[in-house]
Write a protein that binds this ligand. Structure first.
Ligand SMILES: [Zn+2]
Length: 209
């Protein structure tokens, strides 16, 4: 498959990008200069599907290659090509979310990690919680260890916020760093317990949520 790609100028995206890299560098404590990530704007659903190698849902508007590139649907085509309502704030958060995944991936040594942790941290660091409805209780995010689903996006960010508020950012970063050696869900749960001193459950998280 062939693609045509060229550099573009977009003052808004450039501003969002710079600010996001600064904020994320501060949050993750990654000060050494990382290779500047590439933001690749994709025009339409057809190209998204080709790049992803599968038919994607209209909810999918951004993703990363886990290394150096983030892919984002062209904001001019949001209405036509996705389910989301475009706003500048939504779009800025989306870019920051995808960039956050790249920082997470560096910190975790590209190790295996629960999907709820990856998405939760991306949502939390991107400032997307203010755009989401706060659930009354967290009831299903823990089911998403290696699968995708709605609760990932509606609950996981709030779970991370609760952990950070109660136990601090450093513990969370320590836990993410520990992903390097995690090879299974069992090891993931054990690593959590070792760092936090308790097993994660809905009962525990809802107490601090
Ligand atoms: Zn994500």
């Amino acid at each position: 498959m062939l693609y045509h790609i060229q550099q573009i100028k977009d003052m808004f995206i450039e501003r969002v990008y710079k600010k996001a890299l600064k904020d994320l560098g501060d949050f993750y404590g990654i000060k050494r200069s990382i290779d500047p990530p590439r933001v690749i704007i994709v025009d339409d659903r057809k190209t998204i599907d080709l790049l992803k190698g599968k038919k994607t849902g209209r909810w999918l508007v951004g993703w990363t290659d886990g290394r150096r590139s983030v892919y984002i649907l062209n904001r001019a085509n949001f209405k036509k090509e996705s389910d989301h309502t475009y706003s500048k704030e939504y779009y800025a958060c989306l870019i920051k979310h995808e960039l956050s995944h790249l920082f997470f991936s560096i910190l975790s040594g590209r190790g295996v990690s629960a999907r709820w942790l990856q998405e939760g941290v991306a949502i939390y660091t991107a400032g997307q919680l203010k755009l989401k409805k706060r659930p009354e209780k967290l009831i299903s995010f823990l089911n998403y260890y290696d699968t995708d689903g709605d609760a990932l996006y509606s609950e996981a960010g709030f779970a991370i916020e609760a952990l950070v508020k109660k136990y601090g950012k450093e513990k969370l970063l320590e836990f993410i760093r520990g992903s390097k050696i995690v090879k299974s869900q069992k090891q993931f749960n054990a690593a959590f317990k070792k760092i936090y001193g308790f097993s994660l459950s809905y009962a525990v998280i809802n107490k601090i949520f």
